[in-house]
Every structure is written in C-alpha cells, then in structure tokens.
Design a protein around this ligand. Sequence first.
Ligand code: ADP
Length: 443
Amino acid sequence: MHSNKLFNRTRWQLAGWYAIVLGLLLGICGVAVYQVVFHTQRYILQQKLQSLAGTLHDTIEPQLQQPGQLSSSFKTILPGLCLWNENCYSSGNEGARHTARVFQQEGYYLRFLDESGRVLATSGEQPNVLKRFAPGEFWQILNCSKGDRFYQISVLLRTKDGWPWGYLQIGRSLKEWDAYLNTLRLFLFLGLPFAILLVGGSSWWLAGVAMRPIYQSYRQMQQFTSDAAHELRTPLAVIQTTVEDTRLAEDLTEVNQNLDIIERQNIRLSRLVKDLLFICRIEQQQIQTQLQSCCLNDLICDLVEELAGLAMIVEVELKLEIRASQAVVILGDEAQLYRMVTNLITNGINYTPAGGIILAILDGTDKEAIIQVQDTGVGIAPAEQTRIFDRFYRVQSDRSRATGGTGLGLSIASAIAVAHQGSIQVQSELGKGSTFTIRLPLK
Ligand code: ADP
C-alpha cells in the first residue's frame, strides 16, 4: 500500500480529516468541560456567600436603629468586628484578630458601609479596593493592584423602621479558584495538541486498517485485468496470424486448415468469456440458482460413468466409493453441482500420469454432504495450494493449456460451492497426489 501513490495519498488525507474532525470535537469537549467546571465552581461560591450574607442580614437587621449607626449589640453578635476608628490589628484586640484569622483562613472578609459608601466596620483581610454598591449590583469582582481578585456580594440593610441603613458586604478571595481554573486551562491547552498528535497517529493506523481490504480487492482487480488481457492475447494473436496466412494461402486445403484453427481459438475465447461471465454473475448473485432436491448419489454415479471414457483415453482409472449409508440429498442447482464436481474430476484426470487412480468419494454426516476427489497425480506445492482457486492461476501453464484448461476451473468450483453455502479445500503433496474436499450443508 505504501508504494501505491494513490492509496498513500488517500491514507494521509483520511488520517488528516480524522485528526481535524476529532481534534475539533476534542476542542469543543475541552471548552465544554472548562465551562461546566467554571460555572459549577462559581455557583458553589455564590451559594456560600449568599447563605453567609443571608444569615448575617437576618441576625443584624432587627438590631439596626439609626441609619449609618452601629449599635453596641453589634460587638456581641460579631465579637471580632473592627470599627473604623479602632486600630484593631495592632491594639491587641484578640477577638478582632481571631475573627480576622478565621475569615482569612477561609479567605472571606466582611464590612459594613453607610449609605455614602464610608466603611463603618470590617472583619477579615480586606481587599485594598473599595467598590461602591450600586443599586442592582449585588455581585462584584474586585481586582486588586497585586493581581488578586475578590468576589463580593453587597446587601442593603434597613433599620427597624424600614429606612435604608447602609450596606453589608461579604467577599472572598478568588486566589484558589483562579489557581484551580488556571491549572485546568493549562492542562486543556497543553493536552489538546498532545491529544491531536495521538489522534493523528491512531487515525493514520486506522485509515491503513480500513483501506487494507480495499487495497487488496484493488490489487486483485489489477491482477485479474492483467491476467484476463494475457489470456485473451494468445488466441487473438493466433487468429490474427492465421487470418494473414489465409490471405496468402494458395489452395483450399490450407484455407480449411486455417479456418479450423480460427474456429478452435474462437471456441476457446467463447469458453473463456462464458466462464468469466459465469464467475462474475454467480459471485454477484445475479444467477438464479434453480434450487431443487439433488441426490448426490445419483449425480456422482452419473458423472463417474460419463467421465470414465475420458479417463480411459489417458490411461488412468476412475473409481467411485459411496461411503454414506443413506442417500445424500441437498438443496441446490443440479447443473451447477454437476459442473463443480466435473471440474474436480477432469482436473484429477488431467494432472494424473498414466497408470494413476482417481477416486471420487461421497460421504455424509448428519449436517453436511462431503464429496472428495482423490488422485495419485503430480500434486501441488504448499505455496501454490492457496492460489490455485484464484482466477487464471495455473501451476503448470503449458500442461494446463494443452488440456484445454483456462485456469478458471477451480474458481468456478469454489464460486459454486460458496453459492451453495459450502466450501472447498485442498490437501496435496507434491509428486504424490491431491485430495479436493467439498462440504455442502444438507437439505
Ligand atoms: P485449469 O483450467 O488450468 O485446470 P484450474 O482452476 O482448474 O485451471 O486449476 C488451477 C491450477 O491448479 C491448474 O493449472 C493446476 O496446475 C492445478 N491443479 C488443479 N487440480 C489439480 C490436481 N488435481 N492435481 C494437480 N494440480 C492441480
């Protein structure tokens, strides 16, 4: 496949397309995963801040009397609260420091602002940015100069009488969150090219696997075309030279002889074309097999009787052995079955030297019929045994041509066996003989 430019290019193209499509899909999946993680994390954070803000709001609001005024009960509710005019973190205020530490550990901070946005009290590590609460803007992201980010919720507080008191702001550092998302982004960003490389490699391999059977049938087609052309060339060349000879012929006897040659070649060509058409049609299931009950005992007896004369001419013995105890009946096309067994027996006769024996055996199990044709002929080398069922393949071309063989006999037999849901196999030893075994399912 590597040596064939067309297939090699197609393989690269296929692999490229696979890699692009899968890479795009992986990219989309990566973005989707990132979005899902991002939104889930943000949702969790919002839920935490909201519940904290809700609890504080409900606890504090009933204590609020004057707008912008912190009542003394605030310190009881939030012991670590640091008022704007106190220097809590340096004045040894243990409560404030403790609350700040707790908030800090969790990354939270808290502050109260009056309506004008002035800080009244704080708790926890404060971001050094103060963003005013604008009506409707509950959620804010604060960007500090150091690059740290904070997520903050602002809630409007009202006095007992329903007057606006000021704001409660609760926020949390996004340091961990940002670090987590950065790692995820980096992982996806670096992972994608690596995944595309892997996908590209496996696409290349997959394209090769997918194209292998196509390449094989392409090679078979090429082989078939060149074999068919080769087979047709010889008789056509003979016809051409004979026609030229005939033009120069001086007497009628020579002309008649030449016409005989042309006729023989024509018959050979017609047989070849007919056989080829038969194989093609039976393989494409275009031939309607006339399925009927066929008694193989009768079929094989008739055949052996018919071919006995041919065997006698070449001085070989053709014998029949029926091993099946009952009649072996299958559902099939009698004419085709006849042709299949004929091909095997005539091959046995053609490839067995004088004095040899050809034995046709009929046997059967409860599931299948078995026909065997054994001969004591020239045999077939192991390397050739897999190829003899290929169209036009011949082990001994000269001998095959001399016996009128087209190199299609076994292909036809095999195609017929397959069309009857059966199989055909060969066992052979060079110089000792061959055994062809056909197995067909019983009716
Ligand atoms: P052909 O028309 O040439 O006989 P086949 O397809 O029937 O074509 O057989 C293919 C080749 O297999 C033959 O050319 C021959 O070399 C070999 N072959 C087939 N049958 C036998 C056999 N019984 N003994 C030895 N060789 C055989």
